[in-house]
Design a protein around this ligand. Structure first.
Ligand SMILES: [Mg+2]
Length: 190
């Protein structure tokens, strides 16, 4: 097991110029590592939809690529996204932060906690590049390979659950976030 902050530190080292979409637990922590126009903190979110948002961005910006920081609970909410990612190849790197908890709603155990194998689910959905890391040193050593090359890629990250977390707050209003991302991608304000 690794700590969420250890997992995200490694992501920050390897994200390059790609877009990062962060949701759930990671949304509250990611701005500590990066808060540029290419960092999209998905709050408020439609739970489970960050991979779909990431896929849309990656299809629209094929040369750039997108990293999606997702939770295990919200991945369960939209398991079909794995099949969709496999069916529409794009440079999406789906990182599933697995803490076996619905952390932002108070730390309830996820359905299937300790039994569901997200890496196996991703493979069964047809995604060929799938990685799983349960220790920070292994993730540090493997991230360069996992977070390079063509997508889709799914990375399962086993992190320690935290009980009693506050619900993450958006760093700025959604309209401002969207405008900021558009600016970061070179679109002029409309
Ligand atoms: Mg979770």
């Amino acid at each position: 097991m690794m700590k969420l902050c250890e997992a995200l530190e490694v992501v920050a080292l390897h994200r390059g110029q790609r877009i990062v979409v962060a949701t759930m637990s990671a949304a509250g922590e990611w701005p500590k590592w990066s808060d540029t126009p290419l960092d999209f903190i998905y709050i408020p979110s439609a739970m489970g939809q960050a991979p779909s948002l990431g896929l849309g961005l990656a299809l629209a910006q094929p040369e750039r690529g997108v990293l999606v920081l997702n939770g295990d609970g919200c991945t369960l909410m939209n398991l079909g996204c794995l099949v969709t990612l496999a069916h529409h190849p794009a440079n999406v790197f789906l990182l599933i932060v697995e803490n076996s908890l619905y952390e932002v709603t108070g730390g309830q155990p996820t359905a299937g906690a300790g039994r569901v194998d997200f890496a196996a689910l991703a493979k069964a959905a047809g995604i060929e590049r799938v990685y799983r890391f349960d220790r920070a040193d292994a993730w540090r050593g493997g991230a360069a390979e996992a977070l390079s090359g063509p997508g889709p890629v799914v990375v399962s990250l086993q992190v320690e659950g935290r009980i009693g977390q506050k619900t993450p707050k958006a760093p700025r209003p959604m309209s401002e976030q969207i405008a900021r991302l558009r600016g970061g991608l070179g679109f002029t304000p409309s």
